[in-house]
Design a protein around this ligand. Structure first.
Ligand code: PCA
Length: 205
C-alpha cells in the first residue's frame, strides 16, 4: 500500500464551508486501489497550518503529499506550479494575522516548484473531460504559505516524495459566475491525480 497524505483547509473569511475540505472528506470515504489515504484538516492560520502538516509528514512518512485549498474566482481545477517566499494577505487569517510583504522563510529560496507530474496529471484530467489549467501563482495567502513551507521542509529536511498544491474552485449554491467544474468532478480530479502519481511511483520501485 502507498500512503497518501491529503490536506485541506477549514473555512475562512467568514464562510461556513470550504470546498477543499468537502472534496477531501468525500475522497476519504472512497477506496483507491493500493492506496491508504489520510486526510488532514488544517487551520487557516499562518505557521500553524504548515506546522501541523509537517508533523503528520514526519509521523506517517507518506509516499505522496497533496495539499488542497479553495480559490474564489477560479473556474476549473488549478494545480499550482510554484510556491513563492512571500506573505501578503488580502484579509486576516483565522488567527488574526495579516502580514504585508514578509518573507515566509527569511533567507529561503525565492520559490519552489511543485514536484507533481503536472503535465501527466493534466492529460488524465483531459481524458476525463475535467476543465483544468496550470496556475502560476497560488496567491500570497495561506495556500501559498503552506505550499512554500512544506516544499521548503521536504527540500531541506524531509523525505524525497512528490508534493504539490491544487486549488479547487469555490463552489457555492447560487453563485452568479458558476465555475466550469462541479463538485463530483473535483473529487474525480483528485482521485485521478493520486492514481497517476502512485502508478508512476509503483513503476519505479
Ligand atoms: N484558500 C485560501 C486559504 C485557505 C483556502 O482554502 C488560499 O487560497 O490561500
Amino acid at each position: 500500500m502507498k500512503k497518501v497524505l491529503l490536506s485541506a483547509f477549514e473555512p475562512f473569511g467568514g464562510d461556513a464551508t470550504n470546498t477543499s475540505l468537502q472534496v477531501a472528506e468525500a475522497l476519504r470515504n472512497e477506496q483507491i486501489p493500493g492506496v491508504q489515504l489520510q486526510m488532514v484538516e488544517l487551520p487557516v492560520v499562518r505557521f500553524e497550518a504548515p506546522k501541523q502538516l509537517i508533523r503528520v509528514i514526519q509521523e506517517e512518512r507518506p509516499d505522496l503529499v497533496v495539499m488542497l485549498g479553495e480559490a474564489g474566482g477560479r473556474r476549473g481545477i488549478s494545480p499550482e506550479r510554484v510556491a513563492i517566499n512571500l506573505d501578503d494577505y488580502p484579509i486576516p487569517d483565522n488567527g488574526g494575522f495579516q502580514p504585508c510583504d514578509e518573507a515566509i522563510v527569511s533567507g529561503g529560496p525565492v520559490g519552489y516548484f511543485s514536484t507533481l507530474p503536472l503535465r501527466a496529471i493534466l492529460g488524465r484530467w483531459k481524458d476525463a473531460m475535467i476543465p483544468a489549467e496550470i496556475s502560476n501563482t497560488a496567491g500570497l495567502y495561506l495556500c501559498n504559505h503552506l505550499f512554500y513551507q512544506v516544499m521548503h521542509y521536504l527540500a531541506t529536511q524531509g523525505p524525497s516524495v512528490p508534493a504539490g498544491f491544487v486549488h479547487v474552485p469555490r463552489l457555492r449554491e447560487g453563485e452568479v459566475k458558476e465555475p466550469t467544474v462541479g463538485f463530483d468532478q473535483c473529487v474525480d480530479a483528485i482521485r485521478l491525480l493520486v492514481e497517476e502519481v502512485i502508478e508512476r511511483r509503483s513503476a519505479w520501485v
